[in-house]
Design a protein around this ligand. Structure first.
Ligand SMILES: C[S@@+](CC[C@H](N)C(=O)[O-])C[C@H]1O[C@@H](n2cnc3c(N)ncnc32)[C@H](O)[C@@H]1O
Length: 277
């Protein structure tokens, strides 16, 4: 069944207004592939009937489910590897030295999807920085979608998911087998504080954060939304804090508070050092 112009416009406006996500012209197939299963699950005979009903109703949990279903949740362990290498070899050692007095360090995975990103950070901290035991280490992980967040909190992954990016030594050490799946060990799971959070809405309280991973999410937004979000990121970073974006994302020509560190290829940024008080 094809998506009517009215239905396309409706979904496009809804996800843009509520989540900042831009659906380009010609992406009707995304609506069809992502929302048809939801329409069926919700008991409708057709996608058109389902979308018609949502258009008549005021905003409620069903609209929220639609928005969640329209998000792209692609992720993997150690995604793009370079950012994690930079964290391991340079950034975390520098932070350990800089924070030695207060022994406090905070990470935020700001669109964590099913959890591979924050768990990668947590496993790295356990594996390479045993000296952090006894420090106050916070790793916050948030996402707009309660569905992916529920999976992240569960920390259970399929064989296919652990085959993507996760070194065998980490699999053996930090997961247990659970039938056909792999369960992240409780000692790693409890290192993460999960939160539902929409980056385009008012942010609930966040402390100063040493390392922000906001990767592969700005790509779904327009320039204005990206700018607004990056403007909210800047005050959260201390002078020697770091912002990681996805490899296809940049702060350049969007928010001039940031500069690349130490080279743009790891998609890592700091506050412009000249502007730091
Ligand atoms: C492609 S995944 C990126 C996952 C991970 N950061 C990575 O790089 O592998 C994008 C995530 O952004 C989330 N997202 C989309 N719009 C959002 C918004 N307005 N606020 C918070 N999260 C959002 C989606 O739910 C999805 O899980």
């Amino acid at each position: 069944m094809s998506v009517t112009r009215t239905d396309f416009e409706y979904v496009r406006n809804l996800i843009h207004q509520r989540a900042g996500i831009v659906l380009e012209e010609g992406k009707e197939y995304l609506i069809e592939s992502r929302l048809s299963p939801l329409a069926e699950k919700e008991g409708f005979d057709s996608l058109g009937e389902y979308l018609g009903r949502l258009q008549r109703d005021t905003f409620n949990g069903s609209h929220r489910k639609l928005i969640h279903a329209m998000t792209t949740n692609e992720t993997l362990f150690f995604r793009d590897i370079r950012p994690f290498e930079l964290l391991r070899t340079r950034i975390i050692p520098d932070l350990l030295a800089a924070r030695a007095a207060e022994r406090h360090i905070t990470f935020w995975s700001a669109a964590c999807s099913t959890g591979q990103e924050p768990y990668t950070v947590a496993m790295m901290l356990r594996e390479y920085f045993p000296q952090l035991q006894g420090w106050n280490v916070r790793t916050i992980a948030s996402d707009l979608s309660s569905d992916v967040l529920a999976r992240a909190i569960q920390g259970r992954y399929t064989q296919l998911e652990v085959n993507r990016g996760l070194p065998v030594k980490f699999l053996v050490k930090y997961f247990t087998r659970d039938g056909d799946n792999w369960q992240i060990r409780e000692e790693i799971r409890r290192m993460i504080e999960f939160r539902e959070m929409n980056l385009t809405e008012t942010w609930s309280f966040l402390p100063k954060i040493d390392v922000i991973l906001m990767r592969n999410v700005l790509i779904y937004f327009n320039q204005e939304t990206k700018r607004k979000i990056l403007r909210k990121v800047a005050p959260l970073l201390p002078a020697n804090g770091y912002l990681f974006l996805g490899s296809a994302e940049t702060t350049l020509n969007i928010a001039d508070e940031f500069e690349p560190f130490p080279e743009a290829s790891a998609a890592c940024y700091r506050l412009k050092q000249a502007k730091v008080p």
